[in-house]
Design a binder for this molecule. Structure first.
Ligand code: GLU
Length: 309
């Protein structure tokens, strides 16, 4: 990693403040610009809780049932996807809705779902050591991760993209990154792709993308790279200061991470995703969250119910 712990800590403390200042400055917006507010609670669907649901074959579900609530890993600084309100600790966003709708199918109402923020680099360990029951947070399904955890889904398809300052005119795609400072999150697929495929970029890693955005706004880096879903959320919150450029240059199918051996839980979550896509909850949740960033709804990819491990 290119950065020392002290610098990470400093950046972590200052980041939300800078972004908040920019976001509230942009609050008045131009006509037609997306709203800077979070999802309207009234617009969110209510999910039918299946109180008759039982899953004795799943050690994870059984332990959660005994405990009385599910612990779901999530992100807390990704606008419209997974965002925690610092005032009241409430999480919101498309990923949060995916967590709630699938939890309802497993018999857990919204009050019985507790969210826990886990950074990109720590997801596999959190699932392996039982810190969380499952994880919903812009988590790309890939072969390397599948050796460590299981994935239900996919429930969404994103693509890697670039976020720059509005006054930047020299960066339109990953080929323009030669000699530029580019920031991404440690342990993420976008970080790895720049490292492997665009080695001339000067890559910087932090724990979270909001720290990268802070560094972008303060001219310490030239671009932030990760999924378009995440970047469009930041751009929508600060449309005068930030823009997403170029076309997505990867495919990032989002899955729900589960403990690797808990096939019963994985299949139950697959079923839940399909059911909520069919009954319209998925689309309603999308419109009330990620749709507010101005991102058009990409059709949900088919669930890949791969055989038991
Ligand atoms: N989807 C990518 C990944 O799973 C980037 C977003 C993230 O870090 O959560 O690594």
């Amino acid at each position: 990693m290119a950065v020392g712990t002290r610098r990470i800590r400093t950046a972590l403390v200052s980041a939300p403040l800078v972004l908040l200042a920019v976001a509230s400055g942009a609050g008045c917006g131009k006509p037609g610009s997306p709203p800077v507010k979070g999802p309207e609670p009234d617009a969110l669907p209510r999910y039918q809780v299946d109180h008759t649901f039982r899953l004795p074959g799943s050690a994870t579900w059984t332990a959660a049932r005994k405990r009385g609530h599910l612990v779901v890993g999530a992100k807390e600084d990704q606008p419209y996807m997974g965002e925690k309100d610092p005032a009241n600790g409430v999480y919101s966003g498309f990923d949060i809705e995916i967590a709630k709708m699938t939890a309802a199918s497993l018999g857990f109402g919204p009050a019985a779902v507790r969210f826990r923020t886990i950074a990109s680099a720590n997801r596999e360990t959190a699932l392996q050591n039982g810190q969380i029951d499952y994880y919903v947070g812009t988590y790309t399904i890939n072969a390397k991760r599948k050796r460590l955890v299981g994935f239900a889904g996919p429930y969404y398809m994103a693509g890697q993209s670039l976020l720059v300052r509005s006054d930047e005119h020299g960066i339109d795609g990953p080929r323009d990154l030669d000699g530029k400072r580019v920031c991404s999150a440690a342990g993420s697929t976008p970080y790895q792709r720049i490292k492997d495929d665009y080695p001339r970029a000067e890559l910087v890693a932090y724990d979270t993308y909001s720290v990268c955005v802070d560094n972008l706004l303060t001219y310490q880096v030239d671009a932030v790279t990760t999924d378009d879903t995440i970047l469009m959320g930041y751009a929508a919150k600060a449309p005068d200061a930030l823009k997403v450029v170029g076309r997505p240059f990867s495919k990032e199918p989002y899955g729900i991470g589960v403990p690797r051996d808990d096939n019963a839980l994985r299949f139950a979550l697959d079923d839940a995703i399909v059911a909520h896509e069919k009954n319209g909850d998925w689309r309603k949740a999308y419109d009330a969250t990620l749709g507010l960033s101005g991102r058009k709804p990409a059709p949900a990819p088919a669930v890949d119910r791969y055989p038991a491990n």
